[in-house]
Write a protein that binds this ligand. Structure first.
Ligand code: GLC
Ligand code: MN
Length: 436
């Protein structure tokens, strides 16, 4: 039964590139085969509950702009919100969603009561999931909004906060498992510091390492088969966030012996805030073997903060999906729209239009990336660039069969004088331009 929130809007269908219908897909065609796989199975789209259904439209200068019939703090309203959320997932044909505990149920006065409320909503979700076929890409706990977390969750100087956060994550993993979630995300929004004058960094990192180990142990104990993902971000809300970027997270995982247990959920906007491109973070995660999932969005390139806009830069997205496809695509991960409307976009239809645009841009990016892969447009020149390493002598250097003296002796004996070759960047950029 329709909630009526979206009026009499019909399920969004694929109409092809020529369509001018704002409520149709022009590029996202779930059943279309790309590189031998359905587009829907490549992209694995998820809607983020928090931005679309919980965020009120505030900014640092003003509060709520959106008026939604489910805003409030009763369980009845939480269920109305779920009704509309699942209606939207179905209208869009989005196969997945993601949520924090705090997005889906009002917090109560005690931990136990808050947990009971989450269980009640999880049961409600389970019913909606089996009715609609929508699945859970990942669950997570909000360990950053409540004032108890102002000095961190796992990294808090107060061990009671560590314990409270641990209990919260335990329960959220239980719920994620119950709903067959395919991943569990930890974003350390408050795991960082404002000033070293009140911060013992070494101690806080050890706390964070212990916390993550507890989570991994628990996952195995209960047989949760999803992937544990850390989501890097360099700052905001804290000045210095410990999960700065992929490289930093990898170092952290190595130090605590968790590099084979935990992967990363990489967000476009967070990559930009860290001074990287999205594809840099994706390529590095793949190189290090810790790529998991993505949060798709876009930051304003001038303002310098996390604007969480819906994505629309197809050439950039093509390069991002190129990095994903070139390494075999998503396994348990997917494309979560961690994106929110602009605060003046008040209408229910804006929610649909935003997701339709995001999904279409992703589809275009994916298709461009797939064609570059099929044509070996970038991989063939790349292979040629490193071809010298295929020689027996080069392989011997790489595999540790040659010492520094061996190599030095050969340089003299063979009279090696390296001849520089063009990197052909502009040629390659022009190649990419043929596909996007
Ligand atoms: C917060 C962050 C977002 C992250 C999410 C899940 O909402 O802003 O980037 O993906 O938490 O942990
Ligand atoms: Mn995110």
């Amino acid at each position: 039964m329709s909630t009526g929130f979206f009026g009499d809007i019909k399920p969004v269908g694929y109409e092809g590139p020529e369509s001018t219908n704002p409520l149709a897909y022009r590029f996202y065609n779930p059943d279309e085969i790309v590189l031998g796989k359905r587009m829907e199975d490549h992209l694995r789209f998820a809607v983020a509950y928090w931005h679309s259904f919980t965020w009120p439209g505030g900014d640092p200068f003003g509060g709520q702009t959106f008026e939604r019939p489910w805003f409030g703090d009763t369980m009845e309203q939480a269920k109305r919100k779920a009704d509309v959320a699942f209606e939207m997932f179905s209208l869009l044909g989005a196969p997945y969603f993601c949520f924090h505990d705090a997005d889906v149920r009002p917090e109560a006065d005690t931990f136990a009561e808050s947990a009971a409320r989450l269980d009640e909503i999880a049961d409600y979700f389970a019913g909606k999931m089996s009715e609609t076929g929508v699945r859970l890409l990942w669950g997570t706990a909000n360990l950053f909004s409540n004032r108890r977390y102002m000095a961190g969750a796992a990294t808090n100087p107060d061990p009671d906060v560590f314990a409270y956060a641990a209990a919260t994550v335990k329960h959220c993993i239980d719920v994620t498992k119950r709903l067959n979630g395919e991943n569990y995300v930890l974003w350390g929004g408050r795991e960082g510091y404002e000033t070293l004058l009140n911060t013992d960094m070494g101690r806080e990192l050890d706390q964070m390492g212990r916390f993550l180990s507890l989570v991994v142990d628990y996952k195995h104990k209960i047989g949760f088969t999803g992937t544990i993902l850390i989501e890097p971000k360099p700052q905001e809300p804290t000045k210095h966030q410990y999960d700065f970027d992929v490289a930093t997270v990898y170092g952290f995982l190595k130090r605590y012996g968790l590099e084979n247990e935990v992967k990363v959920n990489i967000e476009q906007g967070h990559a930009i805030l860290a001074g990287h491109s999205f594809e840099h973070e994706l390529a590095l995660a793949n190189a290090l073997g810790i790529f998991g999932s993505i949060d798709m969005n876009r930051n304003d390139y001038q303002s310098g903060w996390d604007t969480d806009q819906f994505p629309n830069n197809v050439p950039e997205m093509a390069l991002a999906y190129y990095q994903i496809l070139a390494h075999g695509g998503f396994r348990t991960g997917g494309t979560n729209f961690d994106a929110k409307l602009r605060r003046q976009s008040l209408d229910p239809e804006d929610l649909l239009v935003a997701h339709i645009g995001g999904m279409d841009c992703c589809a275009r990016g994916l298709k461009a990336a797939a064609r570059m892969i099929e044509d070996k447009a970038l991989s063939a020149p790349l292979e040629a660039r490193y071809a010298g390493w295929n020689s027996a002598e080069a392989q011997a250097m790489l595999s540790g069969q040659r010492s520094l003296e061996d190599i030095a002796a050969r340089v003299v004996k063979d009279g090696i004088e390296p001849q520089p070759k063009s990197g052909r960047q502009e040629y390659l950029e022009n190649v990419v331009n043929r596909y996007v």
